[in-house]
Design a protein around this ligand. Structure first.
Ligand code: ADP
Ligand code: ASP
Ligand code: MG
Length: 438
């Protein structure tokens, strides 16, 4: 079976939903479909939550009303028969009544998670109803019964595998299995999510759980481009990526993939294909276990990075210094992306700044601490194993006129990372495209 995931733009209008249904039923084979919320819905639901946090139920109600108006309009366009229009309208009325109920109660992050989950619940119900109206044997499975995170907020893969297989078994014989991307339960059974862009993660978790033949991520562009197409002109699709290369690009900012979604596919050895809903015949990108040697594949950039430097003459010849420093980050559950060390200091970067003040405070026990904000990691990905000569030097040429705060190379065979000021991001990405791909 294959898993097909469609992002927000791909289900963004009634016509797009119809196009998705054509794509998923084309080969007549049983298919597992993961859907995002219609584009803009998750943002609107977050806005509703923001008003409710600010104790402004009128503001929240205005957005809910506008969303309801749009969704009711979609019903008229999507369904051909009054029977399915009526059925879907009833479902939407219940959904929006439920959303309104949050304007009358105390609001916490728990309620926010429930509100934000409704986007995927709306889109999957609408598409399932459409397929059923068209006579397709489609069943809607709740991601809340299959996807769970553990106490570290990491997906509980064994649970997902067991529950997904149970659900397939209980609904044997269907042609299309649909579920919500992004949403899940946490270790306490509460509704939660896999963070923004998390539908990719759901697709890869389910694809790995059922040992799918392939996980297809359908979006609005022809595969992974060799640089960020929102910033650099003339970027081109990369047709093949090794799992590790795709994982590095996703983690270091290539928005087309959720930062950690490649891991489960890689462990299960299930290839991931990135495809374009707007141009289904385009080849896209295949991500698999083949390493093509001697090539730099792509560049990505990760924003909102903070650089922390700890300098201490006590580090000189002292063992255990780095352990003490890293333990502080660990105690605040803050992961480190880049690290550079010298005899008398260490610099590292983080992107989760929730505990920055506490981390800074604790680090001061061990040395002079300085913090630089608004930094950006630019990551060059490809076959960068150390015996290949010339590639590192070539990438570095792009930085001739750009101040570089840190460089990290050798952590894996696939990546060089540069830390620069966010102000230099655009010209850095442009310079890298020129040097590496023109
Ligand atoms: P979806 O809603 O389908 O999940 P996303 O918006 O999350 O889609 O991801 C697709 C977008 O990612 C593209 O429209 C593109 O602007 C952006 N993007 C950023 N970097 C890259 C890249 N290297 N290759 C392709 N797309 C990228
Ligand atoms: N709807 C969620 C978001 O907008 C998840 C996703 O689209 O992948 O982030
Ligand atoms: Mg996405």
């Amino acid at each position: 079976m294959k898993v097909m995931k469609f992002g927000g733009t791909s289900v963004g209008t009634p016509q797009r939903m119809k196009d998705v249904c054509t794509l998923i039923t084309k080969d007549g084979q049983p298919t597992f479909v993961v859907l995002s919320a219609m584009s803009g819905t998750t943002n609107s639901l977050l806005e509703v939550s923001d008003y409710l946090y600010k104790k402004n139920p009128e503001g929240a109600s205005m957005i809910i009303n506008e969303l309801e108006r749009k969704y009711m309009e979609h019903v008229g366009e999507l369904y051909a028969t009054e029977e399915w229009r009526e059925k879907t309208r009833k479902f939407l009325q219940e959904e929006f009544k439920y959303l309104r109920s949050f304007t009358k109660i105390m609001f916490t992050s728990f309620e926010e998670k429930v509100i934000v989950a409704q986007g995927e619940i709306l889109s999957t119900n609408m598409v399932t109803n459409y397929l059923q109206e068209c006579g397709v044997n489609a069943v809607l499975l709740s991601a809340l019964d299959m996807v769970r995170t553990d106490k570290n907020q990491e997906p509980d893969f064994n649970y997902t595998r067991e529950k997904t297989i149970d659900q397939l078994e209980a609904n044997k014989g269907a042609q299309i299995y649909i579920t919500q991307g992004f949403i899940c339960r946490n270790a306490y059974g509460e509704i939660d999510n896999l963070l923004r862009g998390g539908s990719d993660y759901t697709a890869c978790l389910i694809g790995a759980a059922i040992h799918a033949d392939e996980i297809q991520i359908w979006t609005d562009i022809d595969g992974m481009h060799n640089n960020d197409p929102r910033i650099v002109e003339g970027t081109e699709p990369v047709r093949q990526l090794f799992f590790e290369e795709a994982a590095e690009l996703a983690y270091f900012g290539a928005k087309i993939l959720h930062p950690t979604c490649i891991q489960p596919a890689k462990f299960a050895g299930v290839p991931v294909r990135l495809l374009n809903t707007m141009d289904p015949a385009a080849p896209g990108t295949i991500i698999n276990n083949e390493m093509h040697h001697g090539k730099i594949k792509a560049v990505a950039a990760k924003d909102n990075i903070v650089c922390i430097q700890i300098q201490s003459s006590r580090m000189l010849l002292a063992h255990g210094f780095l352990r003490k420093v890293f333990e502080i980050f660990e105690s605040y559950k803050t992961s480190i992306d880049m690290v550079c060390t010298s005899e008398v200091g260490v610099s590292c970067t983080i992107d989760n700044t929730a505990h920055l003040a506490d981390i800074e405070n604790d680090l001061k026990k061990y040395g002079m601490v300085s913090i630089e904000r608004d930094m950006c990691i630019v990551c060059v990905v490809g076959d960068l194993s150390y015996k290949n000569t010339g590639f590192e030097a070539k990438a570095c040429q792009a930085f001739q006129d750009i101040p570089v705060r840190m460089i990290s190379y050798g952590g894996s065979n696939h990546n060089i990372s540069y830390l620069i000021s966010a102000d230099d991001k655009k010209r850095t990405l442009q310079a890298l495209s020129k040097v590496l791909f023109e």
